[in-house]
Write a protein that binds this ligand. Structure first.
Ligand code: ZN
Length: 559
């Protein structure tokens, strides 16, 4: 009993330390959050509360939308610049959830929605995670006393799910996102990691993934505006070495992440990362401050934002494009950074010195910021990808992303370029429910492939071409191949008996001088040829018996 009392006391004291001096250390529970949005929707005709279908939790994904004209159909919405704010993808990081409802209430009460901006708010994206509420899933975070959990109703991290779309949340998000077609997107989070004085840090989508218009606009106008107007804002602290003092590097928000996904559709994305150690109230204020400044920017630059997106939406894939980005570690710039001095002290549990940040020693220092990425994975862009309908999961996702596709009307044999998987590696343990493939090496080869009625032609000359290239080109970091949608093809289905096949193999060699030459060359130069079984297998792969489907994507590139 005494032990129980002392445990209770420790938990109580722990909570008290976090809550010390804070009146506002409570986050809004899910039912109350929805109720507050519903009340606004019933009170004001300049807002609406719309459902986009069921999520994994069984609850619907909601969009709260504000338009000063009170019109909520697509044509009226797309007459203005649209900002989409997404909260609670990680519901333990709940400052954006609370900040957004308070912001919406303020905008409506003061009748201050800018006349040329439509504001959409996803009250909470990971509803299952928000409902899974408790005291303690955020070990290093300073409140609120109760908060949600990172995993969704089926334990997915939704901020890795924008391409594979295992969750119903993602499918509902596709409907919402393509209906709203925002120019600007904000995903609100709370950071982990290093300690420093900033309350807010900012992750901006990779400019290299955007086209020239949007990229120039982002780098020369939007980002400078945000940093100039938001005093004390740092780039997201993604340490280059062990501490920020040794430099920070920009984050590659690949398409599996929210802002990376948005960028595939010409929408500029930001991820706000309020600092975990600041009070919940301070994090809320820091998040709403960001949203307000971004809305000011949208109001002042609405026309240019819309024009830029319209131009980008009608610029289609060129002959050569890139699907991957890699940090260029040779390029960096010096930035001013407010730091708490990193120091080390001995940890008894670790048995070694442990890094900590000395809050008594704030200092303004210059650090290196690595924010340049190389474009890699060059693709010779076809006119069409022809995709087989049997891979339903692929077609479902293409359709859900409003990719225009033309069904093939008759069974057809088409000439084009096939993609063969030469090699790849896997993660050792499942990553977000998948054995994600890495280092995918692809060989293109001119071939003839047979397609059937109901297979599809997917043109690269459409707005969603970035999405198409990123999901269909297997070497892309977030391709459908990487996410296991095409694993069937990597397994050979038919085989041979060595004793039956060997006489045939010998005859093949005798009859084909070219094959004989390659075989002799491999005997000398290919280490795998040291094994007789492999020699026979190789000859099998050269024979007409070897299945053409093995390691070949069921996709044809037509130029
Ligand atoms: Zn997060």
């Amino acid at each position: 009993m005494k032990k129980l009392i002392s445990i209770v006391f420790i938990i109580f004291s722990f909570t008290q330390v976090w809550a010390l001096g804070e009146d506002d250390n409570q986050s809004i529970p899910y039912p109350e959050l929805i109720k507050r949005y519903q009340i606004l929707a019933s009170q004001y005709n300049t807002c609406d509360f719309i459902s986009f279908g069921e999520t994994d939790s069984g609850e619907p994904l909601h969009l709260f939308i504000m338009n000063s004209s009170g019109e909520f159909y697509p044509e009226a919405i797309h007459n203005k610049t649209v900002i989409l704010v997404q909260n609670g993808i990680h519901p333990g990081e709940s400052c954006g959830i609370d900040a957004s409802i308070e912001w919406a209430e303020e905008l409506l009460q003061n009748n201050s929605i800018p006349d040329n901006v439509v504001i959409g708010i996803i009250p909470v994206y990971n509803i299952g995670g928000m409902i899974n509420r408790g005291c303690c899933s955020r070990a290093n975070q300073n409140g609120p006393e109760e908060h949600g959990f990172r995993g969704n109703a089926r334990n997915l991290d939704l901020n890795r799910d924008y391409i594979k779309a295992d969750s119903r949340n993602a499918l509902a998000f596709y409907r919402l996102f393509h209906w709203l077609k925002p120019e600007l997107f904000v995903d609100t989070h709370t950071s982990n990691g290093a300690d420093y004085p900033y309350t807010m840090t900012l992750l901006t989508t990779r400019r290299e993934r955007l086209d020239a218009h949007l990229s120039q606009f982002l780098v020369h106008k939007l980002e400078p505006y945000m940093y100039a107007n938001y005093d004390s804002l740092s780039p997201y602290v993604n340490v280059f070495g062990t501490t920020p003092n040794k430099g920070i590097k920009a984050f590659n928000d690949m398409p599996r992440f929210s802002s990376g996904y948005a960028s595939l559709f010409n929408c500029i994305g930001f991820t706000t990362e309020a600092h975990m150690w600041k009070s919940f109230d301070a994090r809320k204020k820091a998040t709403s401050k960001f949203l307000k400044i971004l809305t000011d920017f949208a109001h002042e630059n609405a026309k240019e934002l819309m024009e830029n997106k319209q131009i980008s939406d009608t610029e289609y894939a060129r002959d050569f494009e890139f699907v991957n980005l890699r940090l260029d570690t040779t390029k960096n710039k010096e930035i001013t950074f407010l730091s708490f001095a990193p120091e080390y002290r001995f940890s008894e549990i670790l048995g070694r010195d442990q890094l900590y940040y000395n809050r008594e020693k704030p200092e303004t220092i210059k650090i290196k910021y690595y924010d340049r990425f190389e474009k890699t994975g060059q693709i010779h862009v076809p006119k069409y990808y022809v995709v087989k309908a049997a891979w339903r999961e692929v077609l479902d996702r293409l359709k859900a992303n409003q990719i225009e596709m033309t069904p093939i009307e008759n069974d057809s044999t088409l000439n084009g370029v096939g993609m063969y998987i030469e090699s790849f590696t896997n993660v050792e343990n499942p990553y977000e429910g998948h054995f994600l493939h890495h280092q995918v090496v692809v060989r293109d080869s001119a071939i003839t492939m047979t397609f059937h009625k109901g297979d599809y032609l997917v043109s690269t000359q459409q707005t969603g071409w970035r999405y198409i290239l990123n999901v269909l080109q297997p070497e892309s970091d977030d391709s459908f191949f990487a996410w296991n949608f095409y694993d069937e093809i990597t397994q050979q289905k038919e085989w041979y008996s060595a004793y039956v096949f060997e006489p045939y193999a010998k005859k093949m060699l005798a009859d084909d001088l070219q094959l004989q030459r390659v075989y002799q060359n491999k005997l000398v130069n290919d280490p795998k040829f040291k094994k007789g079984d492999y020699r026979l297998y190789w000859l099998y792969t050269q024979s007409p018996f070897y299945e053409k489907e093995h390691n070949r994507l069921p996709i044809l590139k037509v130029y």
